[in-house]
Each structure stands twice: as C-alpha cells, then as structure tokens.
Write a protein that binds this ligand. Structure first.
Ligand code: FMN
Length: 170
C-alpha cells in the first residue's frame, strides 16, 4: 500500500500543494459547470468543489480559486446555475476549464428561471443566489441559497473525476 501522509509530527507548512493534490485526488467527485449571465454574456467555470451544505435553509457551496477570471463575473450577477455533468460531458468539462477562451462555443444552453444558462444534457441543475463568501487561502468558499432545482437528463450516469482522470458510474 502506498502511504504518502501523514507522518508523525508533520506540520501543515510541510504539506506541499502536490501532496494535497495527489492525496485529495483519491477523493472521487462529480463535476459541475457553474454558470451565470454577466450582462449579455454567459459565463461559467468547471468546478468539482461543490457540496450540499444545509437543508433548512437550502444552501450549497463551491470554491472558486482567487485566480479565476470567471468568478468575479459570476459574483457580479449573483444568480448562478450549478449544472451537474453527465458521463458523456467530459469534453465540456475541459472546455469550461480553459481560461480566456470562448467557453460557450458550440454549447447548447437555455436560460434557467433566474437567467443563468442551463447546459443541455446535464444530469441536473440547481439555481441559486450567492449568500456569503468566506476567505479560504487561495480559494473562496461561496455559499449559495438554492432557489430552484431540476433533475434533467437521466439517460446517463454522472461524470466522475478521480486522480486527474474521468470515469463513469455503472
Ligand atoms: C475536473 C475539474 C474540476 C475543477 N474544479 C475546480 C474548482 O473546484 N474550483 C476552481 O476554482 N477551479 C476548478 N477547476 C479549474 C477551473 O475550471 C479553471 O481554473 C477555470 O475555468 C479557469 O477559467 P476562468 O479564468 O474563466 O475562471 C477545475 C477544473 C477541472 C478540469
């Protein structure tokens, strides 16, 4: 068994970004694209750091990097849509992770009730309003209040992200 962490007496200052990425890469997640409308333009970014936080009130959270150029634009809008990706949407996941590109090129989408883009063929989508932001190192923890939620395409399982690669749930 490969054992990278922990070592007795290890301090957080000894934990490198590579260690963290490598070990946390074993925590398989789904993948979402978080979208909003900034004026006339749709904006979005791929995000795995999505978590359900509270049932009453209904809150979810995600963590954009402070380096993200899309997050300030999403925040501008305040009304976001969390699109849960399906197994065949790996290409979209990559497309929405490339900064400075036309992320919506060739992407079928339509407006949610709150105006944010719903990506077609997503497994589900959650409409939400940004409620609070918490500073967290090089990321921000963004807590959003859920305003509507829909199960979409059920033809496929989820897109899974594990150790830097994609998989499906069978
Ligand atoms: C599978 C996957 C998961 C990602 N999860 C996150 C995340 O949780 N938070 C984040 O800030 N970036 C995440 N990224 C990277 C962002 O998608 C990427 O940095 C962002 O889209 C850059 O574009 P921007 O400058 O338009 O924000 C992820 C990328 C991939 C491929």
């Amino acid at each position: 068994m490969q054992r990278t962490l922990p070592r007795p007496g290890r301090q957080s200052a000894d934990v490198s970004a590579d260690d963290l990425r490598n070990v946390m890469g074993h925590f398989a997640t789904g993948v979402a694209i978080i979208t909003a409308r900034d004026g006339d333009e749709p904006v979005g970014l791929t995000c795995q750091s999505v978590v359900s936080v509270s049932l009453e009130p209904p809150l979810i959270a995600f963590c954009p990097a402070k380096s993200s150029s899309s997050w300030p634009r999403l925040r501008n809008s305040g009304d976001v849509c969390i699109n849960v990706l399906s197994g065949p949407q790996g290409r979209l996941c990559r497309q929405f992770s490339r900064s400075g590109t036309d992320k919506f090129a060739g992407v079928a989408h339509s407006p949610a009730g709150n105006g944010a883009p719903v990506i077609h063929e997503a497994l589900a989508h959650v409409e939400a309003t940004v409620d609070a932001e918490h500073d967290a190192g090089d990321h921000t923890i963004v807590v959003c209040r859920v305003t509507d939620l829909v199960i979409g395409s059920v033809d496929h399982g989820p897109l899974l992200f594990y150790r830097g690669g994609f998989g499906n749930f069978h």
